[in-house]
Structure formats: structure tokens, C-alpha cells
Write a protein that binds this ligand. Structure first.
Ligand code: ADP
Ligand code: MG
Length: 695
């Protein structure tokens, strides 16, 4: 048995584990004996000591020992068996709703009973409902548990006792040579003041009674931190490995000629901001190197990312390569296509575009331009990466609003552009600010640039939080903005379960407003309309043929109508702050004073109030994202699809954020000083199928 790694020992090698049990274990991702060790308890109970009845606290899970004072069947709302016990410090009851006739007789007056349960306050004072219990014979000495009792995540047909007994079989092997190798070098363990891996694992399965339950519940015990750290490290190293792998391939070195860019600069009626210039410089430096750029550009809505992307595209084009820009929706792709063609057609550059809704003829024509290379700039949706698309010579891929893509998709995209062994550069732009610590774990394979400055003259959008009860005033406000020739967005938010209900709500609002403001031109756009229909309405709004646009959250991304200066958001409490911030970014794009009214349904919880007031207080997307992360967790910030891509066994991105800086630092050190252990650490924590490097 020695020298055998637990990772190579199947669970079927354990006593009592046959094919059926092995199958159940595999449902909770336990395949080998090491998996069992990393299957950590989600909670613990303290059964190591007896708690005096007089000192019980509500909600506490504890062991109590007492003398039976009486047992009787009582008839309240439901029939129950009630057993009174006392221990000299107080009296309490055990209550059973399901009980057998003989059960009552077990509780003979004067007998000793030992039980475990969670304390509630019932009609008789402190009570334990359906406790685990044992009647104690006169001379019997009942040994207490020696360690805190672990409760494991489990699956149907697999109870706690069973998992515990399996873990108990593996724990003694922990210290056998080669069973669970410590990969972190000694100097690092010492510097971080870490427990050994063996000690950490052992402690978490069988914590000694002196360890605080609160600390364990909060995931703050050093043993938990030790394991979470190593898991985060493994993810980080895995992403770094992809990055290293990706950068082994040659890419075209795109040296800036200042030829096209000078012409574009001449055309603009404004100068780039310092932040835009700085980021562009970073990008150009990457592009000039003969291996692929992998860069994430974050910038708040309106910070001018598109323009930075366009200048980058020009570097590719003037070197004889194509550039493509991929947007998440057709509306946005069309808008990019129009804006970009307007800017670069005068430079003699042809732009092609590709979206799902194009008719066959139009599509063929565009495909032709792309494959022949007559179009050097290509804009589109996911449609760009279908089989039928052949790029002539792709040098740069730009992805807008990338938080909707995962690392695997990111890699698949670049395969599309490989020609003669040359891999295209990748530039990824997102307007959802990603808190730094989160970025370090999710985007560790990317370099990052931040456009942290808005073009001059932008005025912050004045934001008010206001109750539905004041709806008439809000309608008044809409009327007066339109009287000044301004336009208004009225957004009906998502009702969680149902897009249908959301569309219904938008339709109702549309009708209400049409009645109340019959002199205004009001339009409606929602997710269940056909793309062409949607685009028509959006265009009409853009051309100021409509005064008010009632919309569902479909307008979130990208629409650009500088004359719109007021936004009403109904039931903002349903949305994440980052999403509200995105929506709000649709106004404040022109030179008028802009307003955003967050019209909540009463009553509003304290937490919702706090969240909404963040919107009133700041217009800094990063501050808002940090707050969102704090209040709603990483899933909300990144979008559920993204978080589905990262699954941790021990770590918790929210709870363990504070470890991230150090994880990053240690990852760098390991790669330089101990590169041989890196793949081992990755292997231990990420099964092969999940390793990012394996795509
Ligand atoms: P983002 O994609 O970051 O939301 P855009 O690139 O769409 O921002 O820019 C928003 C608007 O600001 C566009 O109308 C764009 O022409 C304009 N813009 C971009 N950069 C500047 C700048 N440096 N000065 C003034 N206006 C700018
Ligand atoms: Mg944009």
C-alpha cells in the first residue's frame, strides 16, 4: 500500500464499496480515494460535550443529557409525543410528531436519556424536535465523540454514516509515503505559515473539539485556507499554462505604420483621452510581437473602447491583414458596422458584415468579400465563426462584451483564424468592470488594460430612487423632457422566471403611457419581437421618430442615442447593480443634463435600499461592481454562464478573494523557481477534462 498515491487508488479498494456504491460516489465526483479526502464537510456539529439545559441557546445543535420527568401524547395543532427531561440546571422537552406506540414506554419516568438535536423554542420552552436519542442503562458509561462531527455533501442513497466510515478508512493512510504528496515547496509553506497538506486534510475531517464551529462555518480555519489556497493556485497555474501554450504559436508581427491611424485621427472631431492613448500603446506593443496578444480591455460604458479597438484593427489592416470584431447581439453588430464603415470607408477600407438575419444573397456577397480579402474589416455576431466563413488573412480578433464567453470559446475562436501556422491576435473588450480579485482568477490567462477615464465634458447621470407610488410625477417628468425635445427610455425589468411576463409588463406600460401621453410618439421593443421588428423600432428611436422607447432589458447593450437624456427603470431592485449601471450608461451620452429614475415597488428591504443607494452615490463602474460582488456574489457579477465554467471543491471566490493577490504571486514564483511541481498541482485539483490547457 505504501508508495501508492491515493489518487490512483479506486474507491472500490475500500471495505464495503462495490459497483453500486462506487456509482453513487461518482455522482458526487468521488472516483478515487483522494477525491474522498477532498470531499470536505459543509458543516460540523459539536457532539463532544454535553450542554447544560439551563444554558441552551436557540438554534444551537447540541448534546443534552437528562432524567425523564414524564412522557405524554399531547393534542395541539398536530398530535405529538412530548417528553419532559431535566438535568439539575433546567427542564426541556423532546417532541416527536411521528412516533410508535412503544416509543412512549421507552421514556420511563426516572430513566436517563442522552440526545442530540437543534434547539427550538416551542410551546413548552426549549424543545428538540425529533432528536437522535439513546436511553442509557444504569451503569453504562457513554463515551463522548472525540472530534467534531462532520456533515458531508451527499447524494440519494448515501447517508452520513456511510461517507464517514469511508473517510475513516482513508484517513489512516494519509501519512503513508506517497499517499498524498505535498507539492508546495518547504520555503513557501514556511513563508505562508501553512499547515502541511496532511494536517489540513486530517483536521477538516476530524476537527478537535477546541476548534471553533464559527470559524469552520465561515471557512476561516487555517486548514480550510490552506486547501482553498492550493485549489486557487491550481486554477491560476492552469490558466497560465494555457497562456504559455497559446503563446508558443507564431503570430504576425503587426508593426504600427501610423499611416491609416493618422488619417483616422484627422477625421475625428476630438482627441483620444490619455487613457485611450495609454491602452492603445499597450496594444500596439503586443501586436508588434511575433506571438499572439491575449489582452482584455476593460472600460466603463462610454469610455471609448470601440475606437481603441478600431485603431488596433488599423494596425492589422495596414500590415496587409484582416481584423474582425464580434459583438454579442445583432443590434450591436449592426451599430458597430454602421459606425465603423462611416469612419473607415473614407480611408479606402472595405467593411463586410455577417449576422444571422441576413438573406442568402447578402450573406453570400459578404462571405465572398471575407474570403477574397477584399474586405479588410469584418463585423458580426457569433455568425462569424460558422463553418462557412473563411477568412483570407485574419490578423486580429476583437471580441466586444466578452463576459459572455468562456475560456474554451476564446480558444476555439482563434483556431478559426489560423493560416499558414500564424495565429491571430486577440483583443477582448468588456464594459462590465470585473473586480480585480475576480479577474485574477477568471482571466489569469489574459493581460489586462483599463480605460479609466471618460471623454471630457461628460456629465454624470443624476440618479434618484423613487417609489412606484409617485408614478404620476414620473410620467410628468417624461412629458417635460420630451417637451424640451429630449428622448426617454422606459425600461421594464426582468421578472425572474419569465421573459413572457416581462414582455407583458412592457406591453402594459406601453399602453398606459400611450394613453397618458397621447401627444407623444411612443415605441415598444422587447425580446419576443422578431429581430427585424426590433431593429426597425430602434432605428426609429435613433432617428428621433419616437420620443419614448418602452423596452425590456434588451436595450442593455450598446445602443447609442445621444439625444436620450432620461431613463426610467421599473423595479430596479430585481437587477444586479452592474446591470443597472449598464442600462444607465445609455443616457448621458449627449450634452444635456441626464437623469435616471429608479422606480421601485414598495416595500423595499433594507439590503435593496442600500444597493440602490449605491447607484445614486457613484457612477464609477468599478465601485459599483465591487459593491455588487460584496452584496450578491460573483455569479451575479460575471453572469451565471461564466461561473458555471469555474467550479471549485474547496475555494469560494467570494469568501476567499483576499487570498487572490498571494495566489497570483506564489504562482509566478513557482513557475520560475519550481516549474516541475506546477503540473502536479494542477492535476491534483483539476480533473483532466476540466483543465483549461486540454482544449
Ligand atoms: P464604449 O464602447 O466604451 O461604451 P464608445 O467607443 O462607443 O464607448 O464611445 C462612446 C461615444 O464616445 C462614441 O460616440 C464615441 O465616438 C465617443 N468618443 C470616444 N472617444 C472619445 C473621445 N476621446 N472624446 C470624445 N468622444 C469620444
Ligand atoms: Mg461599446
Amino acid at each position: 500500500m505504501s508508495n501508492t498515491s491515493l489518487a490512483d487508488s479506486s474507491v472500490t479498494g475500500l471495505k464495503g464499496v462495490g459497483a453500486a456504491l462506487a456509482e453513487k460516489l461518482s455522482r458526487i465526483n468521488i472516483h478515487n480515494q483522494q477525491d474522498l479526502l477532498f470531499h470536505l464537510p459543509y458543516r460540523y456539529q459539536d457532539r463532544t460535550r454535553i450542554t447544560a439545559i439551563g444554558s441552551l441557546r436557540m438554534g444551537q445543535a447540541c448534546v443534552v443529557r437528562g432524567t425523564v420527568r414524564g412522557a405524554s401524547v399531547v393534542f395541539g395543532k398536530r398530535r405529538s409525543l412530548l417528553v419532559r427531561i431535566s438535568d439539575g440546571t433546567g427542564t426541556m422537552s423532546l417532541r416527536f410528531y411521528h412516533f410508535s406506540a412503544s416509543q412512549k414506554n421507552q421514556f420511563r419516568k426516572g430513566s436517563e436519556v442522552r440526545c442530540f438535536g437543534e434547539v427550538r423554542i416551542g410551546s413548552t420552552g426549549p424543545e428538540l424536535y425529533h432528536p437522535e436519542y439513546k436511553i442509557i442503562k444504569d451503569d453504562e458509561v457513554e463515551p463522548e465523540e472525540e472530534h467534531l462531527t462532520p456533515l458531508y455533501p451527499t447524494t440519494e442513497g448515501l447517508n452520513q454514516t456511510r461517507i464517514r466510515s469511508l473517510v475513516e478508512q482513508v484517513l489512516p493512510k494519509l501519512n503513508l509515503k506517497g499517499a498524498l504528496t505535498e507539492y508546495l515547496p518547504l520555503d513557501i509553506l514556511q513563508r505562508l505559515n501553512f499547515l502541511s497538506l496532511q494536517e489540513a486534510v486530517f483536521t477538516l475531517h476530524q476537527p478537535t473539539p477546541d476548534i471553533s464551529l464559527e470559524q469552520l462555518d465561515a471557512g476561516e480555519h487555517p486548514a480550510q485556507r490552506r486547501l482553498a489556497f492550493e485549489e486557487l493556485l491550481a486554477h491560476n497555474l492552469s490558466l497560465q499554462a494555457i497562456r504559455a501554450e497559446a503563446q508558443k504559436d507564431p503570430a504576425p508581427a503587426l508593426i504600427e505604420q501610423h499611416n491609416l491611424s493618422a488619417k483616422l485621427t484627422e477625421q475625428l472631431s476630438f482627441n483620444l483621452t490619455n487613457a485611450q492613448n495609454r491602452v492603445l500603446k499597450e496594444i500596439r506593443k503586443d501586436l508588434a510581437r511575433p506571438f499572439p496578444m491575449l489582452r482584455l480591455v476593460q472600460g466603463d460604458v462610454g469610455s471609448g473602447k470601440t475606437l481603441v479597438a478600431l485603431f488596433s484593427a488599423l494596425s492589422a489592416i495596414e500590415n496587409g491583414f484582416q481584423a474582425c470584431l464580434m459583438a454579442p447581439t445583432e443590434i450591436l453588430a449592426e451599430q458597430h458596422f454602421n459606425n465603423i464603415s462611416t469612419l473607415i470607408t473614407p480611408l479606402g477600407i472595405e467593411t463586410a458584415w455577417l449576422v444571422g438575419k441576413q438573406n442568402k444573397k447578402n450573406r453570400e456577397a459578404n462571405l465572398q468579400k471575407i474570403s477574397s480579402g477584399s474586405a479588410n474589416m469584418v463585423v458580426g455576431t457569433h455568425a462569424l465563426f460558422q463553418e462557412s466563413v473563411h477568412f483570407h488573412k485574419l490578423g486580429l480578433i476583437i471580441i466586444d462584451e466578452q463576459h459572455r464567453f468562456g475560456v474554451h470559446q476564446r480558444l476555439a475562436l482563434r483556431e478559426k483564424g489560423v493560416r499558414n501556422g500564424l495565429v491571430p491576435h486577440q483583443l477582448i473588450m468588456t464594459a462590465t468592470p470585473i473586480p480585480r480579485t475576480l479577474a485574477m482568477s477568471v482571466y489569469a490567462d489574459l493581460d489586462s488594460s483599463v480605460i479609466d477615464e471618460l471623454p471630457p465634458g461628460r456629465k454624470p447621470v443624476v440618479t434618484n430612487v423613487i417609489s412606484q407610488k409617485r408614478r404620476p410625477e414620473v410620467v410628468e417628468r417624461v412629458a417635460s423632457a420630451c417637451a424640451e425635445s429630449r428622448q426617454v427610455y422606459w425600461v421594464c425589468t426582468l421578472i425572474e422566471e419569465s421573459e413572457e411576463l416581462q414582455c407583458q409588463a412592457a406591453e402594459d406600460t406601453f399602453e398606459d403611457l400611450s394613453r397618458a401621453l397621447s401627444h407623444l410618439r411612443i415605441g415598444l421593443v422587447h425580446g419576443r419581437m422578431k429581430p427585424a421588428e426590433k431593429a426597425n423600432i430602434m432605428n426609429a428611436f435613433k432617428k428621433h421618430e419616437l420620443d419614448v422607447l418602452v423596452a425590456t432589458t434588451v436595450i442593455e447593450v450598446g445602443v447609442d442615442v445621444p439625444n436620450a437624456s432620461v431613463m426610467i427603470i421599473e423595479n430596479p431592485e430585481r437587477l444586479g447593480l452592474a446591470q443597472l449601471h449598464q442600462l444607465r450608461g445609455r443616457v448621458g451620452r449627449g450634452n444635456a443634463n441626464s437623469f435616471c429614475l429608479l422606480m421601485y415597488s414598495t416595500p423595499l428591504s433594507q439590503q435593496s435600499k442600500e444597493r440602490l443607494s449605491v447607484m445614486r452615490e457613484t457612477s464609477d463602474g468599478f465601485v459599483i461592481a465591487e459593491k455588487d460582488l460584496e452584496l450578491r456574489g460573483p455569479g451575479e457579477v460575471l453572469g451565471t454562464r461564466q461561473t458555471g465554467l469555474i467550479q471549485f471543491r474547496v475555494a469560494d471566490l467570494e469568501r476567499d478573494q483576499h487570498l487572490m493577490d498571494q495566489v497570483n504571486e506564489i504562482a509566478q514564483q513557482l513557475m520560475i523557481n519550481h516549474p516541475e511541481v506546477c503540473p502536479w498541482i494542477v492535476n491534483r485539483w483539476l480533473p483532466e477534462s476540466k483543465q483549461y490547457g486540454q482544449v
